[in-house]
Structure formats: structure tokens, C-alpha cells
Design a binder for this molecule. Structure first.
Ligand code: GCO
Length: 479
């Protein structure tokens, strides 16, 4: 893991609706998830994010907990309905003030704030006007994005427009597993385009207003593995990869949708849309959990599961992270710096005598960090890793049954307890940083000439704030 080096952001990730609670406090408007979770049968036990981890009230203690883990970066999302309750028109001062306090609290503790503008909690008022199926929503999003960039951009280490547009489009509008719960493939395709258009419009607006922080997007991605070498399995794996990964990467980096994604309904695209979507990115966030195993032959061949599976039923396949990243590097020229903005596992954790012995999660993270170091050694420009998630939280339609956190949450008492994996993650980061510092000193002394500062790297080579992933402003504005 030493290869991850010192200019590397070590963090954890969360999202607003999954941890904040306080859904009707201080002027926050309703989101589509508040509506969705109230609909019978939509979520396990009808559970919602109404309370979640009560982070809106407990944010200062949670920031202290992040600092106590020795992390130098924290990824969170901004609840659009908290800062602009109707999704258009007036902004909510109390909502904006909350994120101001959170960002300043992180900076006071030397933790770089990495924000995401949209993590699935669309203001219900916009859903009432058609939501992401309405092209106007893309323009409302750009206005919201620009306002946040103006308010917080001077202090953010990065600002992502969207988290996982595939989930919003497919799970929310084709499968109906997520809010708003539609099951219309043609609508889903158009939603995917409006999400990408909103990204492009937001990038244009934020650049025009001189956003001071690196700008990008976060995509959930998996490589695909054909179960056999048969033509049917290989073709199906290629189509699945086109539908899951290239449907977003090709517009962002090639300015076009893939023609081999097996999509029956292509979206309506207007003149100028693709040019907006292809706005240069300062970074790409990749959320990786597992690979997609594709078996079309009969009998169907199940995934090997050589390293088992998580509590979500997802195969543990760390090599998939290296395979995915090296593949992206080979497929797309001019990739910007990459952050692993989410990686983690749900585990059937139990709290006993004040301890959670989650060796499976320690093994999962160690193996994925090793795969990440291999990807970096293969030339992938990876700048940071954010474990999903800081603490157990609301896992969408699965409710609170699935625990991803490094920190255990007792939802009845809101008691936080660091799991064994939290202690391991803190100690591992410290050891990697120490190894990196020693290597730097060794390099510096090898190059030292009379008159140099004794023993230390000169200021010019001092690592920029590691938690920005080593992106200096000049480099950050990826041309
Ligand atoms: C995602 C979302 C997170 C999930 C996490 C576990 O990647 O799906 O960003 O909100 O909670 O990934 O499923």
C-alpha cells in the first residue's frame, strides 16, 4: 500500500439523506425519498431517513470522530431540499448555514471537505413538475450548483455534481427500487440524459462564476466478467459494460452515447447538449463495490465467490477494482485524476461488550487497497480513497438492516462505537503515511546538496495538502 504515497487523500464517505435526519427542521423541504419511504412496501419495515444518524444535530461530534480516525478527507453530500426547499426560487439560510458550519468544522480539524451536490434527494416540489423526466430540472440543478459553488467553493477540496446517475436513472425510473419508483424504460433513458445535461449545465455555470475548487462527477462502476468464453457470454458482458459504465463515460469523455448498450429507447438529445456534457473534469469519482458476472449460456454458471460475499450478496472481488481502473485508463485518453469515492461492505456486525469484531471488513478494505496500489503502479492516476461509510446509516430501500460503517450506530440511542475496522483503518493510514515520509526523507537526503535545508524536503516538494489528492489549483483545472 506504500505505493499509494503521501499525496493521497484518506477519507470516509456519507450522504445527506442517509445520515442527517431532521427532514422537517429549519426550513428543509420534502425530498422524493421522504415521499417514497412513506409509500407502503417501498422500503424494509417502511423505514426512512427521518432520523437516520441524527447527524444534523450531532455533526460536531461526528467531525471529531472523523478527526479521531486520523483521516484527512471527508466526502458528504448537500441536501438540495435543505438549502433550496422548492428546488427553485428562494434559498434557505438555515440550510446553507448548516453546511457552512460543517465545512468550517472540518477545516478547523485539518479535514478536507469533499462535497457532492446530488445524492438522490430531489426536492419533491420538482418531482411534482416531472422531476428528472422534465428537462427544466437540469436548469434548476445548475442554478442550485452555482449557488453552492459560490457559497462553499472557496473552502471545498472538491465538488461533484452527481453521485451515481445510473442509480437515479435505472433504479429510480426503470426498476422502481429507488425513489421516485417509476418503472418506465423510456423515461429512464431520458432521465439519464437530463442528469448528464444537468451536470454539463452545472459545470458551465460553476466555471463561469469562477468556482475555486476542483469540479467533477461520481460514477458507480463495475467491470463485467463473462462466465465462459462463449460468444453469447462475451457479447452479453460487453453489452452490460456498455450499459453500466460506457453509457456515462462515453458522453463525458467522447461526447456520444454508446450504440451497443442494448438500450431500446435512446433519449431525445438537443443541439449543444453533448458539448455541455463533455465539459473537462478536474477529477472523476469512482464508486466500486464488486464486479458484474455475466452468464447467458445454460446452465447458468454462478459467480465463483472465491472470497465470499457481503451482506448485500455482492461478490468480494478486489481484483475487479484494478481491472476496472486499468481498463478505464486504456479506454479513455485524458482521464482526469481519479478518487475512489466509495468502496466498502455491508457486514452482519454484532456489538458485544462494547466491541464489533469485523475482521471480514478489514480483509475487504486491505485487499481493495492492495488492488488500488497495483492500479496506481500500472499508471492509473488515483488520488484518494473514501471508505463507504463512516458509520452505519440508512441503506435506502434496505432500511437500517445493512451495516456498512466503520462505526457502529445503535439507532435506539444514537450511540456510536468504533468497530475493529475503524481502529485498523486509522492504524493502517498512519503506517502508510509514516512509510511515505521516511521514503521522502531518504529521497531528499540522496539529492541533498550543500546549502539545502537539512534533512527535509524543500518547500517546493512538500506535498500539497494530501487530502486534496495532491491536486494543485493549476493541475486541478484539468485541461
Ligand atoms: C451507492 C450509494 C450509497 C450506498 C452504498 C451502499 O453507491 O449506492 O452512493 O448511498 O449506500 O453504495 O449501497
Amino acid at each position: 500500500m506504500r505505493l499509494l504515497g503521501r499525496d493521497f487523500a484518506w477519507g470516509v464517505a456519507t450522504s445527506a439523506y442517509q445520515i442527517e435526519g431532521a427532514v422537517d427542521v429549519d426550513g428543509r423541504g420534502p425530498s422524493i425519498w421522504d415521499t417514497f419511504a412513506r409509500q407502503p412496501g417501498r422500503t424494509v419495515n417502511g423505514e426512512s431517513g427521518a432520523v437516520a444518524c441524527d447527524h444534523y444535530r450531532r455533526w460536531a461530534d461526528d467531525v471529531a470522530m472523523i478527526a479521531g480516525l486520523g483521516l484527512d478527507a471527508y466526502r458528504f453530500s448537500i441536501a438540495w431540499p435543505r438549502v433550496q426547499p422548492q428546488g427553485r426560487g428562494a434559498f434557505n439560510v438555515k440550510g446553507l448555514d448548516f453546511y457552512d458550519r460543517l465545512v468550517d468544522g472540518l477545516l478547523e480539524r485539518g479535514i478536507a471537505p469533499h462535497a457532492t451536490l446530488y445524492h438522490w434527494d430531489l426536492p419533491q416540489a420538482l418531482q411534482d413538475l416531472g422531476g428528472w423526466g422534465n428537462r427544466d430540472t437540469a436548469f434548476h440543478f445548475a442554478t442550485y450548483a452555482d449557488a453552492i459553488a459560490r457559497r462553499l467553493g472557496d473552502r471545498l477540496a472538491s465538488l461533484a455534481t452527481h453521485n451515481e446517475p445510473w442509480c437515479t436513472a435505472v433504479l429510480g425510473h426503470e426498476i422502481g427500487k429507488f425513489a421516485p419508483g417509476d418503472r418506465e424504460p423510456q423515461l429512464a433513458a431520458q432521465v439519464s440524459h437530463h442528469l448528464l445535461l444537468s451536470h454539463g449545465l452545472a459545470m458551465s455555470a460553476m466555471r463561469a462564476s469562477g468556482a475555486a475548487c476542483p469540479l467533477g462527477i461520481v460514477l458507480n462502476q463495475s467491470g463485467t466478467t463473462p462466465a465462459t468464453d462463449s460468444a453469447a457470454d462475451r457479447a452479453a458482458a460487453a453489452t452490460e459494460y456498455a450499459r453500466f459504465v460506457r453509457w456515462y463515460m462515453d458522453p463525458l469523455f467522447l461526447g456520444r452515447y454508446p450504440v451497443d448498450a442494448g438500450i431500446a429507447h435512446y433519449p431525445e438529445v438537443r443541439d449543444g447538449d453533448m458539448a455541455l456534457i463533455q465539459a473537462p473534469l478536474d477529477f472523476l469519482g469512482v464508486n466500486f463495490y464488486t464486479r458484474i458476472w455475466v452468464s447467458r449460456d445454460r446452465p447458468e454458471r454462478p459467480a465463483p465467490m472465491a472470497l465470499g460475499q457481503t451482506d448485500m450478496g455482492w461478490e468480494v472481488y478486489p481484483d475487479g477494482l484494478r481491472e476496472l481502473l486499468v481498463g478505464l485508463k486504456d479506454q479513455y485518453r485524458d482521464l482526469p485524476p481519479i478518487f475512489i469515492t466509495e468502496n466498502g461492505m455491508a457486514n452482519a456486525d454484532t456489538l458485544a461488550d462494547g466491541r464489533v469484531a469485523d475482521q471480514a471488513r478489514i480483509d475487504y478494505v486491505r485487499r481493495h487497497l492492495e488492488a488500488l496500489a497495483q492500479a496506481k503502479a500500472a499508471g492509473v492516476d488515483v488520488r484518494g480513497y473514501f471508505y463507504w461509510s463512516l458509520m452505519d446509516n440508512y441503506e435506502w430501500d434496505s432500511g437500517y438492516a445493512k451495516r456498512f460503517g466503520l462505526v457502529h450506530v445503535d439507532y435506539a440511542t444514537q450511540q456510536r462505537t468504533l468497530k475493529d475496522s475503524a481502529h485498523w483503518y486509522r492504524d493502517t493510514i498512519a503506517a502508510v503515511r509514516h512509510e511515505g515520509a521516511r521514503a521522502d526523507q531518504a529521497d531528499a537526503s540522496d539529492q541533498a546538496v550543500p546549502g539545502d535545508r537539512v534533512g527535509g524536503a524543500s518547500a517546493a516538494t512538500a506535498a500539497p495538502a494530501a487530502a486534496t489528492g495532491g491536486m494543485t489549483p493549476a493541475e486541478a483545472h484539468h485541461g
